[in-house]
Design a protein around this ligand. Sequence first.
Ligand code: TYD
Ligand code: MG
Length: 452
Amino acid sequence: MSKTKVVYACQQCGRQQTKWSGRCPDCGEWNTLAEEVLQAKGAQPTASLGADVPRPIGTIGGDAAPRIACGLAELDRILGGGVVVGSVTLLGGDPGIGKSTLLLQFANLVAQAGHKVLYVTAEESALQIKLRADRLGAGSDRLYLLCETGLESIKTHVEKLKPSFVIVDSIQTLASPEIPSAAGSVSQVRECASQLMYLAKRGGVCLFLIGHVTKDGSLAGPRTLEHLVDTVLYFEGDRYQSYRIIRAVKNRFGSTNEVGIFEMTGTGLSEVKNPSAYLLGQGGRGIPGTVVIPALVGTRSLLVEVQALTTKTSYGVPTRRVSGADFNRVCMLLAVLEKRVGLHLGIHDVFVNVVGGIFVDEPTADLGIAVAIASSFRDRATPPRTVFVGEVGLGGEVRGGAQLASRLQEAARMGFEKAILAADCLKGLDVLPRGIEAVEVKTVAQTLDLVL
Ligand code: TYD
Ligand code: MG
């Protein structure tokens, strides 16, 4: 008999402690600690990944990690140019958002490209998956389906079938007999994931794990998985609307902050070819408080709309609400507008929103946000077809902007004609994209005189 130990694990953040308490000291949630029995044996795979010996770094093959692209350009890009062989990816999202749909489509595409794929469904019946597959046109004969919740049996099938891809839908419904706690508990999820990962790394299998998200947006229980896996993708969007966003929050083989935009159609998810057009939408232009900025999202530039609304405070303390941008940065911009431009925002509620579910946290968005706030405050719209690029300093000065060329190209492609930017940042740029006129500014006050 192996030795067992009882711990209390938070089902929200994964914290473990020896005593029960009503509130998790780490994440602050109430009633999330549950008793789990840990077994000394089986908690970690004991065998090593291979018989490796220390080698000089220069003698290690310099080739980039081999990747397999599936052909869905948006998905390949968020993965950093395709799936790295032997990597483990966690896909999180609300129920019904389209996780199973996306990975079934993905499975079929790589199967059609000649790779053997095993889709393990621990939630739905084979018939349910088959009906979905028919709808998606996923019928490759290299795509295998397995309905199983037992970890041991899945491991045996993976070893026998030797697939290049294994997709587990979902990790919270798997259970290992070695762990006495229920499926979905922190120790079960961690044990199942680490055993599958070990199998994947040893056999060069690309492993995809689907995980559910709790109401507050964190991956339920398996937050501890985030540091085990190579890539963490979040599927977001309103399931009553057709657009979906996939965000890479961690990627050992590519850029994070990368975003892929999809549309849910009658035949599965299709990539949105012109994301700037989707993000800008139809309305907004010509309304005071609305400004367009070319933002760097992951490795590409996208045009996003920043909206601000200022209203006189009715109850003593002014409210500030920010979504899609950094709260502290917006507070700093409010102080700059108050002190350097003389806008009395201290007696106004301020709301700032970045449209389309994109989070803009780069300083280069400062100028656009400041102009949006001032535009709403003065109730005057900014000129049409104009974008704003630049970081705002505490003195009210406007500075630089990384990757200006790609931002201006995207603005020109979307039919914008004028870019308002820092006086010094055009130096590094060889040519301006056709159709874009650059207007150089030195301070926020000067910008506002120019456009409002
Ligand atoms: P699903 O992929 O099962 O979501 P998850 O695995 O994240 O829980 O289902 C997503 C939703 O998408 C479901 O409500 C039905 C809908 N859907 C379509 O609109 N078109 C399609 O082609 C498919 C397969 C599903
Ligand atoms: Mg599903």
